[in-house]
Design a binder for this molecule. Structure first.
Ligand code: AFP
Length: 332
């Protein structure tokens, strides 16, 4: 069966819906090619020494793995010359990366987590790359980092790759959510899920339960009710999953529903996940798939960023469960 490739999908979105300009199509294709290169290195596992620490911490104060650094370099080198970008922001770089003067600048801003879940690398659990695309709001020649500080609702595209038993690319350009699988023989991403929809209800929640003693009351109420199962107010049993790779947990939720929580708590006072290149792209994708995403109180895509690497509480997934958790926060 002839499958639709990523390029064909993007050209269709460009022709039929005008959702994708030629420049945006080129940008997404370059990002996808970079994800293929990262996937190839991740698949070597210990043979590539990829889990080795490099003895440095990133801007988050987290120990950098060799592959964190490599993945970041792959994305910078792939995207700096093409002429689609004005600048990039990465979890692995404290300051925005400005396109060198020897290359043309473009209208887009790229934000990414080059290797999400990298603490799982040395135990062979799925990791991934998350990306978000914004337009530069002003004349991009006089670039200022504040150009990145736009609410997530202004994203023009978002996606993530998950490097698991298969390498999957999930993408939205604001016209629903699609999934591609890397065909390693052809070397192309081929369309394998042409309309990803999250069920409104679920019986599966994802949270790092070791933080239970730090949870605020609305989260504790919600999780206790899930754990009470049939004998509690929810009148149904729940299952729990926690991969500790957001890309893997979110992909599972896109496939079969669920609710993912990394809320603010007594220890993670601002939350743990980063707004600009984790929460915003995932929130855009989840909403485009019919789900919901809040910080416990507000829609994530409405939040006005104040810093490039700011953290945020995250509750996302099946709409009715997210609404319940958000309601519990409003009830105090
Ligand atoms: P790393 O990239 O440092 O492994 O963090 C992964 C992550 O940002 C996100 O992908 C997970 O959902 C979350 O952190 C896991 O956090 P815990 O390690 O506290 O469970």
């Amino acid at each position: 069966m002839r499958r639709v490739t990523l390029t064909q999908y993007l050209i269709e979105q460009q022709r039929q819906y005008g959702k994708v300009s030629p420049e945006l199509r080129l940008l997404i294709e370059v990002i996808a090619r970079a994800c293929k290169a990262i996937s190839h290195t991740v698949s070597k596992g210990p043979l590539a020494g990829i889990g080795d620490a490099v003895g440095l911490d990133n801007v988050q104060g987290e120990a950098q793995k060799k592959l964190d650094v490599i993945a970041n370099e792959v994305l910078v080198e792939a995207n700096e010359w093409g002429g689609q970008l004005a600048a990039m922001v990465s979890e692995e770089m404290a300051e925005p990366y400005q396109i060198p003067n020897r290359y043309p600048k473009g209208e887009f801003l790229l934000l990414y987590d080059p290797l999400d879940g990298s603490s799982n690398l040395d135990v062979n659990i799925s990791v991934g790359t998350i990306f978000s695309v914004l337009r530069c709001p002003t004349n991009c020649s006089d670039f200022d980092y504040k150009a990145f500080l736009q609410p997530g609702a202004r994203q023009v595209a978002a996606g993530f790759a998950v490097y698991g038993s298969a390498t999957i690319l999930v993408l939205t350009v604001g016209n629903g959510v699609v999934g591609f699988t890397l065909d390693r023989e052809m070397g192309s991403f081929v369309l394998t899920d042409e309309r990803i929809v999250i069920p409104d209800d679920t019986q599966e929640f994802a949270i790092n339960a070791s933080n239970a003693r730090n949870w605020h009351p609305p989260v504790k109420r919600y999780i206790d009710e899930c754990l009470a199962g049939k004998s509690g107010p929810r009148d149904k049993d729940f299952n729990m999953r926690w991969v500790a790779s957001m890309v893997a947990d979110v992909y599972r939720i896109l496939c079969r529903g669920g609710v993912f929580l990394y809320p603010k708590d007594a220890k993670h006072k601002e939350g743990r996940l980063r707004l600009m290149y984790e929460a915003n792209p995932m929130a855009f994708i989840v909403e485009q798939a019919g789900g919901a995403a809040t910080d416990g109180r507000q829609r994530i895509l409405d939040l006005q960023p104040t810093a490039l690497h700011q953290r945020v509480g995250v509750v996302l997934g099946s709409k009715n469960e997210v609404e319940r958790v958000t309601r519990y926060h409003a009830e105090g």
